[in-house]
Design a binder for this molecule. Structure first.
Ligand code: FAD
Length: 317
């Protein structure tokens, strides 16, 4: 079922959902199930599965370094299918511009359609590790809005090359990313919001936000989005802080601000066990306020750990 239908069916009751990261290549999927199992009692209507970009690795050969391309965490679409049929849950693959030609993207989407996946999350992806700025793959999509257009075309039965046009079309519900504290490359929040509007105008059905730790940032973002005519659901993304290093890593990677009270509470902690507890309590307070204000879903970034998400869900849902 589509995310938008889940929201409609919930009739104002906030839903619980989360995002997982595929295991590293070669690991067993059982570990992923073990991680997800404790969260299933909170009946998530959908689970997101991230996609990671390709990376360069250097292999030494006779004193020379040979550059090879690899993908450390492949298998997003396969994992989605396994979750869908094991748990009877809607699993949402993240589809990226970066690292894929439009043809490769088309085949990913065709696979999703065959497997009965009703939703896809359309994302640009980040620059590769060695790059300062994102550059599109040759014959790939440059921005998420272009990817949304490609998916929307497929929904109309319009394939890339006329020769393989068929009367069969997909009907994907399309999610896109939004940034309450603006995307790191964007010159301003207003400019980034105009870009978000372009994604929605291209056919995106809902937005999931980047993590934020101050709900006011989310509420202001939603208000601004509504004021420029973005009417689709805007789902808040929440990540509980779990280790002291998050105080540096999260602002550095995602260019977001952490509230002073949260920083000082974390700094007072003697070990990461205490930090984890602060993170859980903060996320519980955030989630409760968001739900009181009527958000459709609270979406958690699990990043491979479910114990803290379980604790939050148990006291919120
Ligand atoms: P876009 O919407 O294309 O925007 C990228 C930048 O370009 C923004 O600064 C925007 O303002 C600007 N822009 C957009 N259109 C134009 C235009 N026409 N002209 C000029 N500038 C423009 N990354 C992964 O690698 N894998 C994942 O699974 C993944 N999942 C994510 C899930 C969520 C909910 C979120 C919030 C992010 C996720 N990301 C993931 C990270 C995401 O790929 C990065 O943040 C990426 O840098 C931007 O992606 P986007 O889809 O927002 O890009």
């Amino acid at each position: 079922m589509k995310v938008t239908e889940h929201i409609k069916q919930a009739n104002g009751k906030a839903l619980f959902s989360f995002e997982i990261v595929p295991p590293q290549k070669g690991q067993n999927i059982q570990e992923l199930y073990n991680n997800i199992n404790p969260l299933m009692e909170f009946k998530p209507p959908f689970i997101d599965v991230t996609t990671s970009r390709e990376e360069y690795v250097y292999i030494e050969k006779k004193g020379l370094l040979d550059r090879k391309i690899t993908r450390m965490r492949p298998g997003t679409v396969g994992i989605c299918a396994s979750l869908k049929y094991k748990y009877n849950v809607d699993a949402i693959p993240h589809v990226l511009c970066g690292g894929f030609t439009k043809e490769e993207t088309e085949y990913v989407l065709v696979d999703c359609h065959y497997l009965g996946l009703d939703n896809v999350m359309a994302l640009r992806g980040d620059a590769m590790k060695h790059e300062k700025y994102f550059s599109a793959t040759k014959n790939g999509n440059q921005f998420a809005s272009e990817l949304v257009t490609q998916i929307k075309n497929l929904n109309k039965g319009k394939y890339l090359h006329e020769i393989i046009e068929t009367p069969y079309n997909s009907d994907f519900c399309i999610g896109v990313a939004g940034y309450p504290e603006k995307h790191l490359e964007s010159p301003s929040l207003d400019s980034d919001l105009r870009r978000l509007k372009e994604k929605v105008d291209a056919g995106a059905d809902y937005v999931v936000t980047q993590m934020f730790f101050d709900n006011k940032k989310y509420f202001d973002f939603v208000e601004k989005a509504r004021s420029i005519g973005i009417t689709v659901p805007i789902i808040p993304g929440i990540k509980p802080i779990a280790i002291k290093r998050h105080l540096q890593v999260l602002p550095q990677v995602f260019k977001l601000d952490l509230p002073e009270i949260l920083i000082s509470e974390v700094e007072k902690c003697k070990d990461n066990k205490q930090v984890r507890q602060i993170g859980v309590e903060w996320a519980i307070e955030q989630s409760k306020e968001l739900i009181t204000k009527g958000v459709p879903v609270v979406h958690f970034y699990s990043m491979g750990k479910s114990d803290n998400i379980r604790e939050i869900a148990a006291s919120v849902f």
